[in-house]
Design a protein around this ligand. Structure first.
Ligand code: SF4
Length: 231
């Protein structure tokens, strides 16, 4: 898509208004401590969407991300509801995976993501007609077919991705022009932010998702939250 940032913003606002506001849908927005999430919050507020916000506390988050969450609550005057796996789920997972299992076996890494993210996500989405996420096509090959609005068959509700056509430069521009606060990890060389054991800072010339699960091939770099259904 060859559109200016302004056109992409207008398109995102139109979809949020037509697909959520006009239909009077009840929606929630996933906050994962990244630039894209605060842009999604900003766009949803500007579109006049009434929405809740949730985060998935994997209990493996960076201190910077936890501090940022509080900053964002104050900045937007919102409450971010936190969802986590149960103590029993975590105990059973840790018994199975151990200290290093996620780095040695992709199935164990995906199981960790499933228990710490997908199980709580299922609960976070209960009672809503749809959810808003900050994912973008440009982030990785696994997200190249993401649409602005779609039905999320995995979780059984609509999903809206207002930043879907934003480039890396569009994200930077939007953050700057709207003076939105950033997670302190960006200033430490992080380009994408996730759990502490699975996220590292990257060099300036490295891909935006290079620091996520860096020991895995690009086509595996998802936790299962944003799987795209292939027809
Ligand atoms: S990103 Fe890493 S620590 Fe976080 S849930 Fe997935 S495997 Fe576990």
């Amino acid at each position: 898509m060859n559109a200016t940032c302004k056109e992409k913003i207008a398109q995102a606002l139109k979809v949020l208004q037509e697909e959520i506001v006009d239909k009077n849908y009840r929606v929630t927005l996933g906050f994962s401590h990244q630039n894209e999430d605060v842009i999604a919050i900003d766009l949803a507020q500007k579109a006049g969407v009434a929405f809740d916000v949730f985060t998935l506390d994997t209990q493996k988050l960076f201190q910077e991300s936890l501090a940022y969450q509080k900053e964002i609550e104050a900045f937007f005057n919102i409450k971010i509801k936190s969802f986590s796996a149960t103590k029993t789920q975590i105990y059973e997972l840790e018994t199975k995976v151990g200290e290093t299992g996620i780095f040695e076996d992709i199935a164990l890494r995906k199981e960790c993501c499933y228990v710490r993210k997908i199980e709580p996500l299922k609960i976070a989405l209960v009672g809503y007609d749809g959810w808003i996420s900050g994912i973008r096509q440009a982030q990785s090959p696994t997200r190249a077919e993401v649409l602005l609005a779609t039905f999320d068959a995995q979780f059984g509700l609509f999903k809206y991705n207002p930043l879907v056509y934003f480039s890396d430069a569009d994200v930077s521009d939007y953050m700057q022009k709207n003076a939105l606060p950033q997670n302190a990890l960006y200033a430490k060389g992080f380009k994408s932010i996730g759990c502490k054991p699975c996220t590292r800072a990257v060099n300036a010339d490295e891909d935006i998702r290079a620091g996520r699960w860096w020991w895995e091939a690009p086509q595996h770099k998802e936790c299962g939250l944003h799987l795209q259904k292939k027809d």
